[in-house]
Design a protein around this ligand. Structure first.
Ligand SMILES: [Zn+2]
Length: 432
């Protein structure tokens, strides 16, 4: 009997192996490729990672739908002439100051405000989007090289204590451990292929491919002038003199009718109008980040205050100010600022996380519960956050709300430590 069971088990394992080692045709090269996942799996994985990846980069810039529409339009134009036009393509601007762009499996592409503001033309944007589309169409995510990174895709985890490492620590905590997919680093061969594809797609879509050279030059310059801002980009998309030489060689082979196409600068500036106006506010906040890292808390708080005076629509300035004030010992002001940040930008893990954690530290349990509750709206599958929300409600004397959150934690994580802790607390809750 045992032998039979073993055989059944082995057969099942074999089937699994065969499925996972199935060959698929690469949509770009037409070659057979050892594919880890089907296209449906690819799309599902990208879709699953998308909301958290966006949170990691501080969500979309507030109140600028024109810019989102514009970037989607440029992206769709390129995707339509790509090797996989049928994917559910989605292009989004994220509000981070970092200079970065990334593609998730299955056709989700993001570009940071930090990078967008460095461009002068739509053609430069088209090159970066085209390059990212190239990574997705050539299925670089599912190749051998990327495999180990994919495995590290984790569930969001948030510690209840505010780390002593200042702003960076807070940001990291709020972003959780979803880095896996956005931090995939491509091989040099994959970079070369993405450059080729990006160039091909932008030419097909009517852009001037010379813009790719300008973008590469920009990255090279930033490498020396602002290394911390391009660190991730250059680590994930290796950049070297060979890429520039290849781009020059590619351009030399093209007819003048293509390389003399007028650069689309006017449409670009029009789409960027709102962000150009807000730029002084974000520059001010970046100054704040720098001095905060140097532990000059009151100077940092002043920079953030000035930033929110220059542009009052982004709660992140208040949230950062809250952290600076808290670290500087001005706790009551910090709690007020944290509340304002979460109120202005309720859809950001960062603002809700700071509100939750600072109030929990101050034992202001109701606003702490609201902060965790705000986070559960963004990440509903996290038992950990449900447990924290429940705990804060319990401390605030709101037993009914506490019981509800504990039950959710138990449903989400029946055998794990969060579900177990929730179940124990529920048993000890008077009246439950
Ligand atoms: Zn790349």
């Amino acid at each position: 009997m045992e032998a039979l069971q073993n055989r059944i088990y082995l057969a099942a394992m074999l089937v699994l192996l065969l499925i996972s080692a199935a060959c698929a045709t690469n949509p770009v090269t037409g070659e057979q490729q050892l594919a880890m996942m089907s296209e449906a799996d690819e799309v599902a994985l990208g879709k699953q990672a998308y909301p958290q990846a966006i949170q990691q980069y501080q969500g979309p810039p507030p109140q600028d739908p024109e810019l989102q529409r514009y970037v989607s339009k440029v992206g769709d134009k390129l995707a339509r002439v790509s090797h996989r036009p049928h994917l559910p393509w989605e292009f989004i601007v994220v509000n981070s100051d970092e200079i970065n762009a990334f593609a998730l499996p299955g056709g989700k592409v993001a570009i940071t405000r930090g990078l967008l503001t460095r461009f002068d033309s739509e053609d430069e944007l088209a090159y970066v989007l085209g390059h990212e589309i190239g990574h997705a169409t050539a299925r670089h995510h599912v190749s051998q090289h990327a495999r180990s990174s994919l495995m590290s895709l984790g569930v969001l985890g948030v510690g209840i204590a505010l780390g002593g490492s200042g702003w960076g620590g807070v940001a990291q905590q709020a972003a959780g451990t979803v880095g896996g997919l956005t931090l995939l680093s491509y091989s040099r061969d994959q970079e070369r292929q993405a450059d080729d594809l990006g160039s091909e797609y932008m030419i097909k879509a009517g852009y001037n491919p010379k813009a790719q050279l300008e973008v590469m030059q920009l990255f090279e310059n930033l490498r020396t002038s602002e290394p911390s801002f391009v660190e991730t980009l250059l680590a994930t998309h290796p950049m070297d003199s060979e890429r520039i030489a290849n781009a020059k060689a590619r351009l030399a082979k093209l007819p003048a009718s293509i390389t003399s196409r007028p650069l689309k600068t006017k449409a670009f500036e029009q789409a960027m109008a709102t962000q150009r106006k807000r730029a002084p506010a974000y520059r001010e906040a970046v100054q704040g980040d720098k001095v905060l890292q140097a532990k000059r808390y009151s100077v940092a708080a002043r920079h953030y205050a000035k930033a929110s005076k220059l542009y009052g629509g982004d709660g992140i300035f208040d949230t950062k100010r809250a952290v600076a004030l808290w670290q500087g010992g001005q706790r009551n002001q910090a709690l007020k600022a944290a509340g304002r940040g979460a109120y202005l930008s309720p859809g950001l893990l960062l603002t809700q996380n700071v509100k939750a954690q600072l109030n929990a530290k101050a034992k202001h349990w109701l606003p702490a519960a609201e902060g965790f509750e705000g986070m559960t709206v963004i990440v509903p599958q996290s038992a950990e956050l449900q447990l924290y929300a429940g705990y804060c409600y319990e401390q605030a004397g709101k037993n009914q709300q506490a019981a509800q959150r504990y039950r959710r934690a138990m449903r989400l994580d029946p055998y794990g430590k969060y579900g177990q802790t929730a179940s124990q607390r529920l048993r000890e809750l008077p009246g439950y």
